[in-house]
Write a protein that binds this ligand. Sequence first.
Ligand code: SAM
Ligand code: DTB
Ligand code: SF4
Length: 341
Amino acid sequence: MADHGTDGPTHGTDGPTRHDWALGDARAIHDTPLFALIDRARAVHADHHPKNEVQLCTLLSVKTGGCPEDCAYCPQSAHHDTAVEGEKMLDVDAVLAAARRAKDAGSTRFCMGAAWRQVKDGPAFDNVLHMVRGVKELGLEACVTLGMLNDDQARRLHEAGLDAYNHNVDTSRDYYKSIISTRTFDERLSTLRSVRKAGITVCSGGIIGMGETIDDRCMMLVELAGLDPHPESVPINALVRVEGTPLEAMPPIDPLELVRMIATARIMMPKSKVRLSAGRTELSREAQLLCLFAGANSIFYGDRLLTTPNPGPNADEELIQAAGLEPQAPAVPAAAEPAAE
Ligand code: SAM
Ligand code: DTB
Ligand code: SF4
């Protein structure tokens, strides 16, 4: 059966799944003494995700750079002078070759990103639909992140077999305005509604380390946990500080802040996959293990995220072994292998 994080009971050690968290509730969880916080998160985790496994996901940027949005963290924004050059879209064959390599390396989910403000109907979107069909034929979960989309585009992605759409709320509604001026938090939520309505699972999370307060972080979790159903997938990113972006000089986060965010997300959204996402190259092995212990059950696997480095497969194999975890097995069998060309 496809596992979108919906395994486990609806009522666990921590009571029924809730969508009405207030800031004070989230803050109280977040600020719990560390060991008590981790104990609680582990209990929730064990109830809902008893399998002792971590999902490996591979990212690929299928359309890099030149994005009209001004997201302050992002190296792909045309508003910032970074080393990322705008590139034309990858062709379908190159993407499917990368997906096959990701599968052979042990990933079960393949996530394709485009530096777009929004999806436009036409050949580029048609190519994405081809990519999704090809990734599904390989027996991988398919995820895309393409910016804003409308109901009809979501429907077409669903028809192509898409499992998940990534669209992060990134931070609190209040702090959003300090990070992005070219779109609103409500536009983000509207795309998430289209995704949900089309029957695609929702992947939405955010970034810490952008100068936000702890209340902003907790409000972000309140917004995500307020969605009904909860997002099946909640990526928690630590800012990758990229030269040329307005946030390049932000201080690094304290890794324990990431542990607290992950544990709080795990408690508030018990069934979701909580993904320890960008920022791992700056984390020690021990900090990453603590994040996995506190409730993260997925990592990005492979040398690159979209445009920035990620720990390579060797380091991650060692990490998974040190944790005594198993990589999540594929949930869906591959379709018949296409005939050799
Ligand atoms: N353009 C689409 C959009 O914004 O939804 C999809 C691609 S965008 C690169 C996907 C996500 O990557 C962003 O929402 C953000 O959360 C994350 N991201 C981008 N740059 C990052 C950075 N420097 N550090 C951490 N996360 C980052
Ligand atoms: C998510 O939350 N993190 C990923 C994925 N979803 C698309 C992207 C991280 C990007 C980090 C910066 C880069 O490599 O360009
Ligand atoms: Fe564009 Fe997405 Fe980067 Fe924002 S996060 S600049 S929308 S690619």
